[in-house]
Design a protein around this ligand. Structure first.
Ligand code: SAH
Length: 474
């Protein structure tokens, strides 16, 4: 069963477990069984390689800049020691294939007195340098920032964030007139595991998922306006719900630079307007990751009766309203449906074609007749960990069976899973079983996923968390 989310605190599981953006405490999962890639020399290289490639001299102080925090020039505190981590023999293979996580079981020794969030240089058992990253005491012990020996300083992060921005310009996401909401940094997908930055016009919402990024949040907040050429003027830190609980960092959400400009809370996506509440809303305020699937909707919603289940603030509903005959939005959160109504009004005025229902999606589906031509199922993650995988698959089977059974003949189903532990194959199989149980003919129209501003790092399959199917149901 999905979690109810009345307080709008987050799509369960999408970003919480293990302090990782894509929620993975996989205990060794993610190691690919394919052949080892080329030696780690180029990927995520940043700045000139430091002299030497062995563990000797790996301990040094980060350059301190007293009082620089407020101006955004913060670097690791002066007393920060760069840790030296030596791996067990044979445990370097996944690092050589550029996988950005090192699990605690792979580690032979950690130097000195490590503190959560310290920068660590990682060496193979024979002292060959492998990578540099942030250390944490959990199962994912190191999140790798660079596979080339270099300083992890302000310039390092400036370049990484500038690369992320350039990638979004090159892929046609940033710099558009009709869309000013997009993700600037997507953790591992941008070589910055532990950091998420979403852009809402002139406001950036930052989420640190690791102590490493939380310690340097002020520096990152200084870099975002710089890298985006002044487009961003405020940076809001929303790390309260994403930092590992055990780190005891006592984070408090708030503005790191700038502040709230109420006029700025209406953003535009593909020309549609949405009011976004990044301070109280789920995730960073808006489900930016569904932009591509939402834009597919009007292709199928013309003159149809549309049911948007788990609708949140009405993302899919607004797109459907462009041409549908009727649109119903269902969400268990009253705060969400209130904002959904407001978003419909923002775009279509007081339009009787739309109605919201604050109720449980399963109960709504069970109680309805075959009245809708198009149904959207975009539930929260049903599983955060592998231990809950079977229960999650059961949830997807049950939900999809209900919708497939209840959709009108010739209907279209948009169905999604954002559970990172549920693979694309797992999800497709669940929907297949659901369809088979109803006995209806089902064809796959589209297989969708996360948009390009949520990039999948090819060396980190766990980055791919969002799976979607668009089905034609006879
Ligand atoms: N499709 C949305 C995002 C959905 S997030 C968009 O494009 O913006 C998942 C939503 O499911 C959340 O808003 C949450 O409040 C809601 N939810 C969780 N459990 C639910 C349940 N049992 N019934 C109805 N809604 C539920």
């Amino acid at each position: 069963m999905p979690r109810k989310n009345d307080n709008m605190t987050g799509r369960a599981g999408k970003s919480k477990a293990a302090g990782s953006i894509i929620a993975a405490d996989r205990n060794g999962g993610g190691r690919r069984s394919t052949e080892a890639g080329p030696a780690a020399s180029g990927i995520y290289a940043s700045g000139p390689a430091a002299s030497g490639n062995d563990a000797s001299g790996a301990t040094s102080s980060g350059a301190a800049s007293p009082g620089a925090a407020a101006s955004g020039n913060y670097v690791q505190p002066a007393e920060t020691t760069i840790l030296t981590i030596i791996l067990k023999k044979g445990k370097e293979q996944s690092v050589r294939r550029y996988h950005p996580w090192i699990f605690s079981g792979a580690i032979s020794s950690v130097s000195g007195n490590p503190r959560e969030g310290d920068v660590a240089e990682v060496f193979a058992w024979d002292k060959t340098y492998l990578a540099t990253g942030h250390w944490a005491p959990g199962s994912i012990a190191v999140r790798i920032l660079s596979f080339t020996k270099c300083g992890i300083d302000r310039e390092f992060f400036r370049k990484r964030i500038a690369d992320a921005y350039q990638y979004r310009i090159n892929s046609g996401i940033a710099g558009r007139n009709d869309t000013n909401v997009w993700r600037l940094v997507h953790g591992e997908g941008d070589g910055l595991p532990g950091l998420v930055v979403d852009i809402y016009g002139s406001v950036a919402v930052l989420q640190a998922h690791t102590a490493g990024f939380w310690h340097i949040r002020q520096m990152i907040a200084g870099l975002i306006p710089e890298v985006t050429g002044g487009m961003v003027t405020s940076v809001y830190d929303k790390s309260e719900g994403t930092l590992p609980f055990m780190a005891k960092l006592n984070p408090a959400n708030g503005y790191l630079t700038g502040g709230l400009n109420v006029n700025g809370t209406v953003i535009t996506e593909n020309g549609y307007k949405f009011r976004v509440d990044w301070e109280k809303g789920q995730k960073t305020g808006f489900f930016i990751d569904q932009r591509d699937s939402r834009s597919l909707l009007p292709k199928y919603s013309k003159d149809r009766k549309v049911l948007n289940m788990f609708g949140y603030t009405g993302g899919f509903s607004v797109y459907a309203m462009s041409n549908a005959g009727l649109v119903h939005t269902v969400d268990s959160s009253a705060a969400a449906t209130t904002l959904a109504d407001e978003n419909i009004s923002l775009n279509f005025g007081d339009d009787p074609r739309h109605r919201s229902f604050t109720t449980d999606a399963f109960a709504f589906l069970a109680g309805m007749d075959r009245e809708y031509d198009l149904i959207i199922l975009d539930p929260p993650a049903f599983a955060k960990h592998h231990t809950a995988l079977n229960q999650a698959l059961q949830g997807y089977r049950r939900l999809n069976a209900l919708a497939i059974q209840k959709i009108k003949p010739g209907g279209i189903l948009f169905t999604f899973s954002c559970s990172q532990v549920v693979s694309r194959d797992d999800f497709r199989r669940s929907v297949f079983v659901a369809a088979a149980n109803t006995g209806r003919n089902v064809r796959i129209l589209h297989q969708t996923g996360q948009p390009a501003d949520h990039p999948v790092n090819i060396y980190h399959p766990e980055s791919e968390y969002l799976k979607g199917l668009v089905l034609y149901i006879e």
